[in-house]
Design a protein around this ligand. Structure first.
Ligand SMILES: Cc1cc2nc3c(=O)[nH]c(=O)nc-3n(C[C@H](O)[C@H](O)[C@H](O)COP(=O)(O)OP(=O)(O)OC[C@H]3O[C@@H](n4cnc5c(N)ncnc54)[C@H](O)[C@@H]3O)c2cc1C
Ligand code: SF4
Length: 329
């Protein structure tokens, strides 16, 4: 049995102080990732700081931005009428994730910080995992890697980033609000994550003890069609093999505005900027979509288990673009 201290934080400053002051401390929100990893013996915090009583539960439209508290649950955000109307891509990504029961517990902050679903990372009996034990190697590279990544990876780690929500938010240029010992800061989601190629050890730019307090979601202009397509091994309750978040404005048959995020294929929620450049000012046709999809997977690094994702990711993106633009096959 391991000793574990539990404290319920009264306010954000106390939560930050408690976790910052103890290298073995961790925040606890909905617990759907944190407690799983503790039960499996992957994480062994000495102190859990429960943040669920903090006043971070609001969803508020502020002009052209939706301000979302870090403790809003996935289900609450999915039910928000402003989000549903202005950014269906985010709603669809939320509802494609986990199960209703989990979404009622799981928070937005926790979702953005969920750890990889790599089976080797989640099994402490496996000796090689650079995320668990920096420098020990990567068991997935020559193991079973069907669920792993092809972008932003290297032989040091090929773990996929698992959040569907983050893929939609990265496409919309969302901003993460953070509180630390030295004050508050805002980090664009596109700069928030580190790829496994950059650093297998740390998946984001947060310092230990920094608390996500909220997320600012810029709302696309009213009427902007958007959508999320998730391809997976079964219809529900499964992580993405590949996914695509798309927002497009097409007028006169020409694409005026394009946003593309990819999931299931990268070690961080992936903004496909090369694909966006290919789409912008081009005719909204199948040919354009195929060219954009090819650009999106340029630079893919595969192992035998993940090679199929190069083709699948392109097909996923083409179908998502066709659906959002209303272009027939
Ligand atoms: C069976 C299963 C299926 C799932 N399927 C999907 C899926 O298909 N798609 C998907 O996107 N997700 C899926 N998930 C993941 C789920 O969405 C996340 O577990 C959940 O969103 C995490 O939120 P939480 O509040 O429970 O976080 P917790 O488990 O409480 O915390 C997760 C991590 O974030 C840290 N943390 C939490 N909140 C904050 C904060 N505000 N500031 C700083 N650190 C914080 C914690 O210390 C911990 O390290 C699935 C989970 C399970 C168990
Ligand atoms: S893919 Fe990453 S998380 Fe999985 S075993 Fe390799 S180093 Fe660990």
């Amino acid at each position: 049995m391991r000793a574990l201290e539990y404290v319920r934080a009264a306010d954000a400053a106390e939560a930050v102080e408690l976790v910052s002051g103890d290298p073995r401390a961790a925040f606890l929100a909905g617990g759907t990732t944190q407690l799983d990893l503790m039960k499996d013996g992957v994480l062994n915090p000495g102190l859990l700081v429960d943040i669920t009583r903090l006043p971070l539960r609001g969803i508020e439209p502020q002009g052209e931005v939706l301000q979302v508290g870090a403790l809003v649950t996935m289900e609450e955000l999915a039910a928000d009428p402003v989000l549903a109307q202005r950014a269906p891509v985010v709603r669809e990504a939320l509802l494609a994730g986990a199960s209703t029961q989990l979404r009622n517990m799981a928070t937005i902050g926790g979702n953005l910080l969920q750890r990889p679903r790599c089976r080797y990372f989640r099994d402490p009996a496996v000796p090689r995992c650079n995320k668990r034990e920096p420098g020990s190697g990567c068991a997935a590279v020559d193991g079973t890697a069907r669920m792993h990544a092809i972008l932003g990876v290297s032989e040091r780690c090929i773990a996929v980033h698992a959040s569907d929500l983050a893929v939609a938010l990265v496409a919309l240029d969302a901003v993460v609000q953070v509180q630390g010992l030295s004050g508050r800061r805002e980090v664009p989601l596109t700069e928030f994550y580190r790829t496994a190629a950059q650093s297998p050890e740390s998946e984001n730019v947060l310092a230990h003890g920094e608390l996500i307090t909220g997320v600012e979601v810029p709302l696309p202009p009213a009427g902007t069609p958007s959508g999320y397509l998730k391809v997976r091994d079964r219809a529900s309750y499964e992580f993405a093999l590949t996914s695509a978040a798309v927002a497009l404005v097409v007028s006169g048959g020409v694409i005026r505005h394009a946003r593309v995020g990819l999931g299931g294929v990268a070690s961080a929620p992936w903004r496909a900027r090369d694909a966006e450049r290919e789409l912008r000012d081009a005719p909204a046709t199948l040919d354009t979509f195929r060219r954009a999809a090819a650009r999106a997977v340029e630079g893919a690094w595969t192992v035998p288990g993940t090679a199929f994702k190069v083709e699948l990711a392109q097909r996923t993106l083409v179908r998502a673009l066709r659906t959002v633009a209303g272009v027939a096959a």
